[in-house]
Write a protein that binds this ligand. Structure first.
Ligand SMILES: *Cc1c(COP(=O)(O)O)cnc(C)c1O
Length: 296
């Protein structure tokens, strides 16, 4: 049933080796809480967060030699749930499998943080309000592949999605939330149901508040972004997500016009945020938010 009717949900997080050689997780409980919200949306059963946290810790401890030690490396963790009932006919499955895949990953940025070129998608849409956009579920990604492939053929790394109703407001990119810095305002799309509530996005918001930087969760039109790029007030743009942490945007292309962002380089705030989050994750810096948990 999972293959026919798409009841599949997943999460993505990482395990890190700290300065002391110990094993650490970053905000892992938030991932299972989000998985449960995805489960409700897809008519799938919720997991007991404390129980799966225990299971995850035991799994990592058993396989701890797979957590790599060199700089910037980590253990990728992919909790997954699929419908397994052998049945044809549209209704929720009566059986499910929950499992966790883990595997060592190298540094996301092999040659430094290279800004990406993004293509503003004005033909296809990813998710509409009321749909499944805020759930981490397979169908959202299947629906995004054609746009991503067409953008890749044109030389772009990512698609920037606009809202489904009006193709007017910026939403997010493939597997990252988007943040724009216009003059001294940092702006990210509000969680209105069509975008994924990223944990990195949430961490960025908390850190910016700590730093007294103005952060607005508000609707931002693509026209405002392009105007700001033209006038020079678009200082930076970046994606936020577990894999890359912060992914700077060097170029935005909309309706055939290229706009260079931050001189095509990584912006100052992007770099500061990246350094801060990575330092907390690898325990090089004090964790004042209670985000990091030592598991062994
Ligand atoms: C996973 C994901 C994100 C980022 O979420 P994090 O919790 O920060 O990793 C953003 N958008 C989409 C569509 C995603 O699938």
């Amino acid at each position: 049933m999972g293959l026919h009717y798409g009841q599949e949900i997943f999460e993505g997080l990482k395990g890190y080796r700290g300065k002391d050689g110990g094993l650490y997780l970053f905000r892992a409980k938030e991932n299972f809480k989000r998985m449960n919200r995805s489960a409700v949306r897809l008519c799938m059963p919720e997991v007991d967060v404390d129980l799966v946290m225990e299971g995850l810790k035991k799994l990592i401890l058993l396989d701890q030699e797979w957590v790599p030690r060199s700089e910037g490396t980590s253990l990728y963790i992919r909790p997954t749930m699929i419908a397994t009932e052998p049945h044809l006919g549209v209704r929720p499955s009566n059986t499910y499998l929950f499992y966790i895949i883990i595997g060592p990953v190298g540094p996301y940025y092999k040659e430094g943080l290279n800004p990406v070129k993004i293509y503003v998608e004005d033909k296809y849409i990813r998710a509409a309000i009321g749909g499944t956009g805020e759930a981490k579920t397979a169908g959202n990604y299947a629906a995004s592949l054609l746009a991503a492939e067409e953008a890749k053929e044109k030389g772009f790394t990512q698609v920037l999605w606009l809202d489904a109703a009006e193709r007017k407001y910026v939403e997010e990119v493939g597997t990252m939330n988007m943040v724009f810095v216009i003059d001294d305002e940092v702006i990210t799309a509000p969680l209105t149901g069509s975008i994924l509530p990223g944990i990195t996005r949430d961490s960025v918001i908390h850190i910016l508040k700590d730093w007294d930087v103005k952060i607005s969760e508000r609707n931002l039109t693509i026209d405002e972004v392009i105007e700001a790029a033209k006038s020079g007030s678009l200082k930076e743009a970046f994606g936020t997500g577990t894999a890359a942490v912060i992914s700077p945007v060097g170029q935005i292309t909309y309706k055939g016009e290229d706009h260079i962002v931050a001189g095509g380089k990584m912006g100052e705030l992007s770099q500061r945020l990246y350094d801060e989050i990575v330092a907390i994750q690898y325990t090089a810096k004090e964790d004042t938010h209670g985000w990091v948990e030592r598991i062994g």
